[in-house]
Write a protein that binds this ligand. Structure first.
Ligand code: HEC
Ligand code: HEC
Length: 204
C-alpha cells in the first residue's frame, strides 16, 4: 500500500513536471496551427520557399525564434513583412511557434561557389586578426548549429539571406543583437561577408 502510494505520488509529480516543461518550452501542436500562414514563405517543412531571402527556420533554436518574433513586433528588428506577421502574435504564440520550428528537421544546404566558400571558411573558423573580427565558430559552433539559447544556428541557411543580415548588421539597419553582431560585421568587408555567407550555406 505504501509502495503504491509513493508510485502514485511520483507519477503525479512527474506529470506536473512534464506539464511545466511544456509550458516553459512551448507547445509544438499549438505552434504548428499558428504557423500555417507562415508556410507560404518559410516552407511547409520550415526549409524555406521560392525566394532565398526568406530564411529557413527548421531546426532553429526555439528561444531565438521567439526573440526575433518579439523584436519584429516591437520594431527592435525592422522588416515590413515580418512586422505585419508578428503583430497579432502573443508571447505564448511566439514560444509555441519557436518550439514547432525547432522540432522540424533542417535539410542540408549547399555552397554553390567552392572557391568563395573556401575564403569564407577562414573567417568562420579563424576570424580575421588584422581586422579584429572574432571567429564565428566561437559562438555559432564548429558546425554552425549555434549554442542555444544565446547563439543561433547559422548552418545550411540560404547564402542570400545570411548575406543580407550581415550587411544589415554592418550598416546598422539590424540592431537587435545586443551590439555583438553589429560590432563584428562593421569590421568586415563586403567580400568577406559574401564569402562567409557562402561557406555557412554548406555547413552542416
Ligand atoms: C510573405 C513572406 C513571409 C511570410 C508569410 C512570413 N515570413 Fe517570416 N520572414 C520573411 C522574410 C523576408 C524574413 C527576413 C527578414 C529580414 O531580412 O530581416 C523573415 C524572417 C523571419 C524570422 C527570422 C529568422 C531568423 O533567422 O532570424 C522568423 C523567426 C520568421 N520570419 C517567422 C515567421 C512566422 C512565425 C511567420 C508566420 C506567422 C512568418 N515568418 C511569415 C518572410 C515571411
Ligand atoms: C560573441 C558571439 C558571436 C560571434 C563571435 C559571432 N556571432 Fe553571429 N550572432 C551572435 C548572436 C548573439 C546573434 C543573435 C542576435 C539576435 O538576437 O538577433 C548572432 C546572429 C548572427 C546571424 C543572424 C542569424 C539569423 O538567422 O538571422 C548571422 C548571420 C551571424 N550571427 C553570423 C556570424 C558570423 C558570420 C560571424 C563571424 C564573422 C559571427 N556571427 C560571429 C553572436 C556571435
Amino acid at each position: 500500500m505504501k509502495n503504491l502510494f509513493s508510485v502514485a505520488t511520483a507519477m503525479s509529480l512527474w506529470l506536473v513536471m512534464i506539464a511545466s516543461a511544456q509550458a516553459a518550452g512551448g507547445n509544438v501542436a499549438a505552434g504548428q496551427a499558428k504557423a500555417a500562414v507562415c508556410a507560404g514563405c518559410h516552407g511547409a517543412d520550415g526549409n524555406g520557399g521560392a525566394d532565398p531571402l526568406w530564411p529557413k527556420l527548421a531546426g532553429q533554436d526555439a528561444e531565438y525564434i521567439a526573440k526575433q518574433l518579439g523584436d519584429f513586433k516591437s520594431g527592435a528588428r525592422k522588416d515590413p513583412i515580418m512586422a505585419g506577421m508578428a503583430a497579432a502574435l502573443s508571447k505564448t504564440d511566439m514560444k509555441n511557434i519557436g518550439a514547432y520550428y525547432e522540432s522540424l528537421k533542417a535539410k542540408p544546404g549547399a555552397a554553390r561557389d567552392a572557391q568563395l566558400a573556401k575564403l569564407g571558411e577562414k573567417t568562420y573558423r579563424g576570424g580575421n586578426a588584422k581586422m579584429g573580427v572574432s571567429a564565428c565558430m566561437s559562438c555559432h559552433g564548429p558546425t554552425g548549429h549555434g549554442i542555444p539559447p544565446r547563439f543561433p544556428k547559422v548552418s545550411g541557411q540560404n547564402a542570400a539571406y545570411t548575406n543580407r543580415q550581415l550587411l544589415a548588421f554592418k550598416t546598422g539597419s539590424r540592431t537587435n543583437d545586443g551590439d555583438i553582431m553589429t560590432r563584428i560585421a562593421f569590421r568586415m568587408s563586403e567580400q568577406e561577408i559574401k564569402a562567409v555567407s557562402e561557406y555557412m550555406a554548406g555547413l552542416h
